[in-house]
Design a protein around this ligand. Structure first.
Ligand code: PEP
Ligand code: MG
Length: 628
């Protein structure tokens, strides 16, 4: 073996890294104020002394081994895996002290890490490389993680405008690299950074911060965070938002300029960082801190207030749901139920398709958690960018080689060809309906025939459950459809006769109407839900439903934008489903609205033939400065 490696048993507890003393040196007036710009990641303003937590680099050398060393290297790898698992479980246990919504954001990431050091491709691949490529454990981890990360990044581009999957792929690749870094630190016994000495009210400044570091931060002690690396899409950003810590990431030159104890202002709303602020800057920052705290308090109070317009019209504000971990946040936001449960999460990150009992347990727990508020469960929307390995392994769907997957076998089209899969999911949902109000939602509908076929299957499953004496709601839960293709929107009058409710998915509706793949940056400026064509389709579908007094809601991103609430109310919509965090601001917009004014405003908008004119109506330009 051409490298020396310690016989790994269990790595020692990580020694405390050499943090610099956080004491504040006397402010030197001669140091001029310096302003930096970065990415606004988590809103709010923090003022405090700089605390820097330095992490010594792990020195990793690539090495080849002899066949006789395979056993030894494999044992080192297993020990590093065991050590990493222990550390992650410890981090997970620490989550209990964080606020519920922070736990909800951070726990899934730690679980993903734990999964990656379980029987995963990374672990299998690293073991294989040691045995077959005759390389050290470090080299095996490095090479395998890089191969996986590159494969993730090379996946075909997203087809759905609602969520451009590139940030998602970057995040998944970063997760793989991050768990590899942890394994490598444990293999080389390099210490991890610690935040134990972080003084109360300090602002953490670092070159970078890994997502798992966020689980070590105490949001009650930490005033703010600013780092040189990182972006708005990453997990670190998600975590810091969940912790509610004002944060700016991606600030070039900051870690070199900031010294421990320097006074710093981090404006996580504006994305600015100010070192050595002048007295005037400090006074202004303090005003911003107070204004932000007041705004948070005001939004918090809204939770208990009803979503009723100024003139007494009741509006339903529900939450979109993608992961069970979101439940606490949904409860906190004061959502009146779940308007869109995207069931894809049940099928992802696993090797086999979940059976009826497993699905039932999940739906039941959500229905029970909503304590009588309705839950709209959308059946699996596979296709487009929503690629699910378990379905491919079970040969239920074709390997995604289709050059145009958004126009291929997506959503309901696939389920109608895989009746077993469809029936299993419907049976699980129907059984969950015994525990509270449920609705079933069909994705990617384009024809009346599809809805009829789906309803036949739905009723057949219900009959079978009754024969089996399974418990379910006495009355068959409503079966509704997504209006997310121009074909569905323009046949809304016919589809309304076949469905029990509509949920308008403006994300896909915009993509399919404008023939714009939002994942394609070349045409991203053309992706515009305020294009008159999209709005006319929303109006047409809404009116078709209202004529039959059938429930209709919007569950695409448009629903989450409080600037569009007036327009949507004016078009006759009274039900919206959105990410839970958006509910308070939309509720405020509802409470400020007057239905007659909304209707007048919507008429003006719908008279426009040009998207630019609509944008001007929605975001009026500031009045021009008077001529000198
Ligand atoms: C939509 O298309 O607007 C929608 C809500 O569905 P998804 O974003 O899950 O495709
Ligand atoms: Mg959609």
């Amino acid at each position: 073996m051409n490298r020396t490696s310690p016989p790994e048993a269990e790595a020692p507890p990580p020694p405390r890294p050499p943090e610099r003393a956080p004491e504040r040196p006397p402010e030197r007036p001669e140091r001029p104020e310096r302003r930096f710009t970065g990415i606004a990641v988590s809103p709010g303003v923090a003022i405090g002394p700089v605390f820097s937590a330095v992490e010594p680099p792990a020195i990793v050398t690539r090495a080849r081994i002899h066949a006789t060393d395979i056993g030894g290297e494999t044992s080192r790898l297993e020990a590093a895996i065991a050590q990493s698992r222990k550390q992650l479980l410890k981090l997970r246990a620490r989550l209990a002290v964080l606020p519920e919504d922070s736990q909800a954001e951070i726990a899934p990431l730690l679980d993903a890490y734990l999964q990656m050091i379980g029987p995963s491709r990374l672990v299998r691949g690293a073991r294989r490389r040691i045995a077959e490529a005759l390389v050290s454990a470090e080299t095996a981890v490095l090479d395998e993680s890089e191969a996986i990360a590159e494969a993730i990044l090379a996946l075909p581009a997203a087809q759905s405008p609602g969520d451009d999957d590139r940030p998602g792929r970057r995040r998944r690749a970063e997760e793989v690299r991050e768990i590899a870094r942890r394994l490598l630190r444990n293999l080389t016994r390099a210490p991890f950074r610690s935040f134990a000495a972080l003084p109360e009210g300090a602002v953490l400044v670092a070159e970078f911060l890994r997502p798992a570091d966020a689980a070590l931060l105490d949001p009650a002690r930490l005033a703010g965070v600013a780092t040189e690396e990182g972006g708005a899409d990453g997990h670190t950003a998600v975590m810091l938002r969940a912790l509610g810590v004002p944060t700016v990431l991606g600030v070039p030159g900051l870690s070199e300029a900031a010294r421990p104890g320097d006074t710093i202002v981090v404006d996580g709303t504006a994305g600015t960082v100010i070192l050595h602020p002048t007295a005037a800057t400090l006074a202004n920052a303090r005003k911003l801190v107070t204004a932000f705290a007041r705004e948070q308090q005001r939004l918090g109070k809204l939770r208990r207030l009803p979503a009723v317009t100024e003139d007494g019209e009741q509006v339903e504000l529900q939450a979109n749901f993608e992961l069970p971990a979101e439940l606490p946040l949904i409860a906190q936001a004061g959502a009146a139920g779940i308007g869109l449960l995207r069931s894809e999460f049940l099928f992802m990150n696993r090797e086999t398709v979940p059976d009826e009992d497993a699905q039932y347990e999940t739906y039941r727990s959500v229905v029970e958690a909503m304590a009588g508020d309705p839950v709209t469960i959308r059946v699996l929307d596979w296709g487009g960018e929503k690629d699910i390995e378990a379905l491919q392994s079970a040969n239920l769907v074709p390997v995604a080689t289709d050059p145009n997957p958004a126009l291929g076998l997506r959503g309901l089209r696939m389920l109608l060809r895989q009746e077993d899969l469809f029936e299993t999911q419907l049976a699980a949902i129907l059984r969950a309906s015994a525990h509270g109000p449920v609705r079933v939602l069909l994705p990617m509908v384009t024809t009346v025939a599809e809805v009829r076929a789906a309803r036949d299957i739905y009723e057949r499953v219900a009959r079978r459950l009754r024969r089996r004496n399974d418990r379910m709601a006495e009355k068959l839960p409503p079966l509704g459809i997504m209006i997310e293709t121009p074909g569905a929107a323009l046949s809304a009058d016919a589809l309304a006769l076949e469905s029990d409710f509509f949920a308008i998915g403006t994300n896909d509706l915009t993509m399919y109407t404008l023939a714009v793949d939002r994942a394609d940056s070349e045409v991203a400026d053309l992706y515009d839900p305020l294009h008159p064509a999209v709005l006319r389709l929303v109006q047409f579908a809404t009116e078709a439903a209202l004529r039959l007094r059938m429930p209709v809601s919007v569950c695409g991103e448009m629903a989450a934008n409080p600037r569009l609430t007036t327009l949507l109310l004016g078009l006759g919509l009274r039900s919206f489903s959105m990410n839970a965090a958006a509910i308070p601001r939309v509720k405020q917009a509802v409470r400020d609205a007057n239905i007659d004014d909304c209707a007048r405003f919507a008429r003006r908008v719908m008279e426009q033939s040009d998207a630019a004119a609509i944008h001007l109506l929605i975001h009026p330009a500031p009045p021009a400065a008077p001529a000198a």
